[in-house]
Design a binder for this molecule. Structure first.
Ligand code: ADP
Length: 330
């Protein structure tokens, strides 16, 4: 070690200290705006450090937060760039707030969520596939139309399995680089057509009306298809009694706005703020048998962010839901 090294007087002691600790550290100025922030704070919340300067600490809070980050000690829920809740312990002295994530809890929680999703979402279709193939093997002389029906179920369940696996793989790389690998201009109508090819549904029960004209979106065509597949799949499955699904799109010089509207069971107001969170499922008494992984809308909102766009949901229980996507023009 070079013992002749001296501490430079130019180094701001706050910056120096904040740069070496693993906790998130921010300095708060007037109107609760961030004056500085260390790399750990940016990393914990998934932001670029430079982009955090000037935002208010309240802008970084998750809807579910109940703590005050400027209290001497508190438990606060921040939101990361994808809108997910990040629970942290905060301590505040003067204008400095330090926080560390509840890492172990979070990892434990993610593990539990994954285990319950895997056990349910993967085991259910697997059990159906096993049961139907066993029946087909045991009864080779089964009536031909039944055989076709059974094979259709096996195929449908295998598709369902493959979609859950795709979704799970996608959530491990929900960063911009992976969600916007290439950019193309794609017509909304084409995205709807392609998404519908990968969904099994009965058009007599769920007629889909596409009022999109020539509106187009600039983005990664594979991920945009994921967005439409998830929204249309939800519109269908959360309308168990059937009903029209309308896709509208409008394009002006600034945005392409797309609405996906259903007349299904709707979402209760207490669930609405959380539906874009990873693994969040709002159990609905109107559709208790509907299954899902709680990953679809999380992926949709991550894709929207990667494209610089937004997604919003409007819904009333019993009166259906509308999801509004807004893509900036490129
Ligand atoms: P899931 O796999 O459970 O469908 P999503 O992430 O796609 O997961 O959706 C999260 C939750 O939001 C769902 O569990 C459901 O309660 C609610 N939801 C999403 N879309 C709709 C819709 N079109 N109508 C009613 N509820 C919806």
């Amino acid at each position: 070690m070079d013992s002749s090294r001296t501490i430079s007087a130019d180094v701001d002691p706050f910056e120096a200290l904040a740069g070496v600790v693993s906790e998130g550290v921010v300095r708060i100025g007037a109107q609760r705006r961030l004056l500085s922030c260390n790399d750990a704070a940016a990393r914990i919340l998934g932001y670029d450090a430079a982009r955090m300067i000037g935002v208010t600490i309240d802008d970084l809070l998750h809807e579910s937060n109940t703590g005050d980050p400027l209290a001497e000690a508190s438990t606060v829920t921040f939101r990361d760039t994808l809108g997910s809740a990040i629970p942290v312990q905060t301590r505040c002295r003067g204008d400095i707030v330090a926080f560390s994530p509840q890492r172990v809890d979070q990892i434990e929680q993610l593990k539990n969520e994954l285990v319950s999703t895997v056990s349910h979402e993967l085991k259910t279709p697997l059990a159906a596939i096993k049961a139907y193939t066993a029946t087909l093997r045991e009864h080779p002389d089964i009536y031909v139309s039944h055989r076709e029906e059974f094979l259709a179920v096996v195929e449908e369940q295998a598709d369902r399995l493959s979609r859950v696996v795709d979704d799970m793989l996608l959530i491990t790389r929900v960063d911009t680089d992976h969600l916007l690998r290439r950019r193309m201009v794609v017509r909304v109508m084409q995205l709807v057509d392609q998404a519908l090819l990968s969904i099994s549904y009965n058009p007599a029960l769920h007629p889909i009306v596409c009022l999109t004209g020539d509106a187009a979106i600039s983005g990664d065509p594979d991920r945009l298809r994921d967005v439409f597949r998830n929204l249309l799949e939800n519109a269908i499955k959360y309308s168990p009694g059937g009903g029209r699904i309308v896709v509208r799109a409008e394009q002006d010089e600034k945005y392409t706005t797309v609405e996906v509207e259903d007349s299904g069971v709707g979402i209760a107001p207490e669930h609405l703020p959380y539906i874009f969170d990873r693994f969040y499922r709002a159990e609905s008494s109107a559709a208790p048998e509907v299954t899902g992984s709680g990953l679809g809308l999380y992926i949709v909102s991550a894709v929207m962010r990667a494209h610089g766009g937004t997604i919003e949901a409007r819904s009333r229980p019993g009166a259906g839901s509308t999801f509004i996507l807004r893509f900036p023009q490129r």
